[in-house]
Design a protein around this ligand. Structure first.
Ligand code: SF4
Length: 288
């Protein structure tokens, strides 16, 4: 829980603050970009929320923060902010909120489908979130993009009997997975759910393409909103940059409009522009 004693000096004076336990995961700056800024120490409140919308966004960031590093001077009811997750992104795709410290604050997502819902990577387990997901139809599949973002998979498995999916290259992190993806060939889980192995960031990293519209990219591919380009994290490539570059080339065989990464901003544009950005990303990676 955030404490006033650890309040960062960079915070703008007022109700909301960030304390020194921030791990700089970027979540608050994505959810409430007008309120939270960054410097070399991580996040801080650059402007106190004023409008009702800003106040609500700040509270959503507070409940999503993986390290409980955001606090308020007065005791404020967080019920509405908690209840706002999972929050809709588009169509039947939702952001789970409640980021986990165990996955360095990575985003996780929920796809609502009549044939069974899919959880992508893992939020922090919160009983109220689990209850909400239960009311939305539970979880059939729990797709884990890679070993670093599995967080509370066991608790969701206990609640929902999920079928956990991971690639064999990262199986040592989740040896009791119910479905193991093998090799480099894409795997059609069900209609509209295509798992695309993409080693590089880790040996067993995979992405999930839903309806040829949403790509859940884990730590394989991200978006830089300042430069409006797709990027990969050279400094956080734990297995092989060469392999990751080849995997990125493989992705050029697919079309999508939404990029939903584990870390960083989501990106939405038309398929042509997304393809162009992906091509530029591959060319950039080949030169690194
Ligand atoms: S969400 Fe929390 S840990 Fe992440 S950058 Fe913001 S204050 Fe720091």
């Amino acid at each position: 829980m955030a404490t006033l004693a650890k309040r960062k000096v960079q915070n703008s004076p007022g109700q909301v603050y960030v304390d020194s336990s921030c791990i700089d995961c970027e979540t608050c700056r994505i959810l409430a970009s007008d309120i939270f800024g960054e410097d070399q120490t991580g996040s801080f409140v650059k402007k106190q929320p004023e409008t009702e919308s800003e106040k609500f966004q700040a509270l959503q960031a507070l409940v999503a923060c993986p390290t409980a590093s955001i606090g308020t001077e007065d005791r404020i009811d967080l019920g509405e902010a908690k209840a706002s997750f999972p929050r809709q992104i588009q169509d039947e795709v939702y952001h789970c909120g409640f980021h986990s410290k165990d996955s360095f604050g990575a985003f996780s997502y929920l796809i609502l489908r009549e044939e069974g819902n899919v959880l992508v990577d893992s939020p922090r387990y919160i009983p109220s979130l689990s209850e909400k997901i239960k009311n939305l139809g539970g979880i059939k599949y729990h797709f884990l993009t890679h070993r670093d973002d599995i967080a509370d998979h066991e608790k969701f498995h206990t609640d929902f009997g999920t079928q956990r999916i991971i690639h064999e290259g990262d199986l040592s992190a989740l040896p009791n997975a119910e479905i193991v993806i093998k090799g480099r060939e894409p795997f059609s889980l069900e209609k509209d759910l295509l798992i695309i192995p993409g080693p590089g960031h880790t040996r067993g990293h995979s992405t999930l393409l839903y309806k040829h519209k949403f790509l859940f990219s884990g730590d394989h591919l991200a978006f830089d909103p300042k430069k409006e380009r797709l990027i990969a994290f050279r400094g956080a490539c734990w297995y092989s940059w060469e392999e990751q570059t080849k995997s990125m080339q493989d992705l050029e065989n697919y079309n999508f409009e939404w990029l939903l990464p584990g870390h960083g901003h989501p990106a939405h544009t038309d398929r042509k522009r997304m393809s162009e950005m992906l091509r530029s990303c591959v060319l950039w990676m080949q030169k690194r």
